[in-house]
Design a protein around this ligand. Structure first.
Ligand code: A2P
Length: 273
């Protein structure tokens, strides 16, 4: 099951997040995830687990075109030349010929380099080393600068998104532009979202787990969630959200949980190198 990106490439509708797994955990988790049907695996240079992800992918020996491997550029490698090097390092650790989706991990506006970085991303795509290029944690204004400078729209913006931080305006803007929204910390990053009465009651009503209710909310919004789990049973259940649906009223009930509750950094201020 896929969505179509603006660049014409399909992207799975759900994936496995791998932060904060180390190489060993990622190797084990990704091996299991691929065996139960995950095809989108999300990692990043800063996670320090690209080798583990790559080893699991190699051992699974699945047809390459079935897989959708995402990684992200670390902040200390912004700028054209550093990006080209940073990409090669990631690709080498992953052991892949190409990466399906490459993201600028954070805009780091204080560095003033994300436009140059984006030029390198466009080049990597032209070279066929990356199939789709996108960003993470960008604001509309920052994305507009990329498009003005290069004429090239990011296919994806991966942002913190869950019912406590529903990102309504940003999602509407993405939809207007044709940018796919990918949700990090889709389960609310351990913020007791899964204990909310609204979530628990819907879980009981549907005979599902609270996590499945929240992941179904993402899917029905058209967002691509990448829940992290190292637990096989949870990994399996997180994938099983395509055989039931939430009514409009149920979706609206979850929408009332929105309180702008960010657990991670803000695009304008976050510094991660
Ligand atoms: P674990 O890895 O032990 O399963 P997010 O992706 O929103 O940051 O959430 C990740 C957190 O949610 C992790 O602590 C993960 O723990 C936990 N988690 C993942 N899937 C489920 C699930 N189906 N039910 C409950 N907790 C889950």
């Amino acid at each position: 099951m896929t969505i179509m990106l603006a660049d014409g490439r399909p992207m799975p509708r759900i994936g496995l997040g791998t932060w904060p797994m180390d190489d060993r955990q990622a190797h084990q988790a990704v091996t299991y995830a691929l065996s139960v049907g995950y095809r989108l695996i999300d990692t990043a240079a800063t996670y320090g687990n690209e080798r583990g992800v790559g080893a699991a992918v190699a051992e699974a020996a699945l047809p390459r075109e079935e897989l959708f491997i995402t990684t992200k550029l670390r902040g200390s490698q912004h700028g054209y030349d550093a990006t080209m090097r940073g990409f090669e390092e990631s690709r080498d650790r992953l052991g892949l010929d190409y990466v399906d989706l490459y993201l600028i991990h954070w805009p780091l506006p204080g560095h003033g380099l994300y436009v140059d970085t984006w030029r390198a991303f466009v080049h990597l795509r032209e070279q066929g080393l990356v199939r789709s290029i996108g960003v993470s944690n960008f604001t509309p204004e920052q994305i507009e600068r990329l498009v003005e400078a290069t004429g090239c729209l990011p296919a994806v913006n991966q942002v913190e998104l869950h019912p406590f931080l529903a990102q309504r305006e940003l999602r509407a803007w993405h939809a207007g532009q044709g940018i796919a929204t990918e949700s990090w910390s889709p389960l609310g990053a351990g913020n007791k979202l899964l204990d909310e009465p609204a979530v628990k009651e819907l879980a009981t009503a549907h005979g599902r787990s609270p996590a499945q209710i929240v992941l179904r909310w993402h899917v029905q919004l058209g967002a691509v969630p990448i829940p992290k789990s190292v637990n096989p049973e949870r990994m399996r259940q997180n994938l099983e959200v395509f055989d039931f649906s939430l009514s409009q009223e149920e979706m609206a009930r979850l929408d009332t949980l929105d309180r702008g509750g960010r657990t991670g950094g803000h695009p304008d201020t976050h510094v991660e190198l």
